[in-house]
Design a protein around this ligand. Structure first.
Ligand SMILES: [Zn+2]
Ligand SMILES: [Zn+2]
Length: 528
């Protein structure tokens, strides 16, 4: 009876845990690695196990970093069943084909460049056909499912996005039973639309996410969140430019639509045109409309009063690329677009057309991973590269942390606080290393549970329950362990390369002295 950690350890993406119990093998999530190029390259390699030997996958929720490698699993031989809650199953029907189209387009563009450079062509991680074959294996679950006679899984609301679940799994092998809880991603309380996360009381093992393990956010309450949004919208419109909001297509876009309707109806912001420039967000919105029974009290009240929480005369959903391009050069719009971390999709075009304008505003409402364009902007970059072009940042950069789909440190500790017993061990996953270390320390101090911070590729024998060996550089289990070293640096050599090219171009413009220009360039070339 073993758990293997194949992703989301030392990082927030690539969630994938493999469980072996008796003759049964299953995965919890099979997510894509996202962020910088070094991380993304992990998506191309072989799985560290044989997909044909996996009987089932249990999916916590429909974010790509939890489901994005399912079509690759199928391409490499998986023929089992994929279990997910019904809303998650619905969301996957377009999230996976969309991800396939992104893979195919990205590789086609890369191959064009590679051909000109004389490099061999790459094969996409998977294509739309693989995604379609994956959809055929998905089964919607109401609340629980059994796999053979050794696995019983119960899906409970995690309050993170529509349909998101934490999964309580009971494993039986040779008459012995162990319970393991996989937290998936845990939502914050008071989050728009979805209900607050449920809790549970006891388990043998717990895998808990730690995205915000070392951060406490302000503006957590609904009224603070609405006030912050109203102020930023009013300021942005007063400046006369556009308000660009990079927003994840799933949940964040719907949350903002929900809050913008409230603010417009209360006359707290002007009736501006709101453009939802993401076909994926439009599709996700339809799934939200299908499950009103999952709404929280506020969303239910809004639905009763308005008849819909996502339709408004001022809202426009764009479909085609032409509709999206027609927005370039317009002013006074609120444009919501994906991806939420600005590393792909239409948002990059909107940033390219708006970042250099003083009257524009960019509002971040979600987690920005290290190495992404979103993080660079939030960290105050003055110049960024978009589609190989340098763009000066003159726009106002604003942030509201209260929309995060993740519980912050207080939220995580409150959720863990309601657990009476974790008999064997807590594993802190799905976080960058400093966040994991801090949450691990808090859980040990406040709850007295045994805690381990696993590293990539590590396994744990549930029946033996022996404390895993500390990772290299980690103090002994008795001390205050440092986190396992990150396998992939968050700021990789490609990020450094981008910094270097930007600085070099700036130097060439600024430095008018030819001999000083030559000296620096010759020095750089000598080192190569
Ligand atoms: Zn998520
Ligand atoms: Zn996640």
């Amino acid at each position: 009876m073993k758990i293997h950690f194949h992703g989301a350890v030392g990082m927030v993406t690539g969630s994938c845990y493999r469980v072996e119990v008796g003759q049964t093998r299953f995965l919890v999530d099979c997510g894509m690695f996202q962020g910088n190029k070094t991380l993304k390259e992990r998506n191309y390699g072989d799985f560290p196990f044989d997909p044909a030997q996996i009987d089932a996958v249990l999916v916590t929720h429909a974010h790509i970093d939890h489901i994005g490698l399912l079509p690759k699993l199928v391409k490499k031989g998986f023929r089992g069943t994929i279990y997910a809650t019904r809303p998650t199953a619905d969301l996957m029907t377009f999230m996976l084909p969309d991800s396939a189209r992104i893979q195919v387009t990205e590789v086609a563009q890369k191959n064009q460049r590679n051909e000109r450079k004389g490099l061999p062509p790459l094969e996409p991680i998977y294509d739309e056909e693989d995604a379609e074959r994956t959809l055929a294996l998905i089964k919607g679950v109401d609340s629980s499912v059994t796999i053979g006679d050794s696995v019983r899984a119960v899906f409970r609301n995690a309050g993170h996005v529509l349909g998101s679940a934490f999964i309580e799994i009971t494993l039986t092998e040779g008459g012995q039973t162990k319970k393991v809880v996989f937290s998936g991603d845990l939502g914050a309380k008071d989050h728009p639309i979805v209900e607050d996360p449920e809790v549970f009381t006891e388990t043998d093992c717990l895998l808990v996410e730690s995205t915000y393990g070392n951060r406490v956010r302000a503006e957590e309450k609904k009224k603070d969140r609405l006030k912050a949004l109203a102020t930023i919208v009013r300021d942005a419109l007063k400046r006369g430019g556009n308000l660009i909001i990079p927003a994840f297509a799933l949940e964040r876009s719907q949350d903002l639509m929900h809050d913008l309707i409230i603010l417009m109806d209360n006359r707290e912001i002007p009736f501006a045109k709101v453009i939802i420039d993401s076909p994926l967000a439009a599709n996700a919105t339809k799934v939200f409309a299908r499950y009103p029974e999952l709404y929280d009290e506020d969303a239910t009240a809004l639905l009763k009063a308005q008849g819909s929480i996502f339709e408004h005369p001022n809202f426009t959903f764009t479909r085609s690329a032409e509709d999206s391009m027609a927005l370039n050069g317009q002013k006074g719009l609120i444009i919501m677009s994906a991806s939420g971390m600005c590393d792909a999709g239409r948002i990059k075009h909107h940033l390219k057309h708006n970042l250099w304008r003083r009257e524009s505003t960019v509002l971040f409402v979600g987690y920005q991973a290290e190495g992404t364009l979103g993080r660079l902007l939030l960290d105050g970059a003055k110049v960024v590269r978009i589609h190989g072009e340098e763009v000066r940042v003159e726009a106002q950069i604003r942030e509201i942390t209260g929309y995060s789909g993740h519980a912050d440190q207080n939220g995580l500790m409150e959720w863990i606080g309601s657990i009476n017993a974790v008999r064997d061990r807590v594993f802190v996953v799905h976080g960058e290393d400093d966040a994991r270390a801090e949450l691990a320390r808090l859980i040990r101090e406040k709850k007295g549970f045994s805690v381990h911070v696993p590293r990539m590729g590590e396994s744990f024998d549930l029946l033996a329950n022996v404390a895993p060996a500390p990772a290299p550089g980690q103090a002994s289990a008795a001390g205050a362990p440092a986190p396992a070293p990150a396998v992939t640096p968050a700021h990789d050599s490609f990020n450094l390369y981008a910094d270097l090219t930007i600085r070099l171009a700036e130097f060439m413009r600024r430095e008018k002295d030819e001999s000083r220009r030559r000296t620096l360039l010759e020095e750089l070339l000598r080192k190569m």
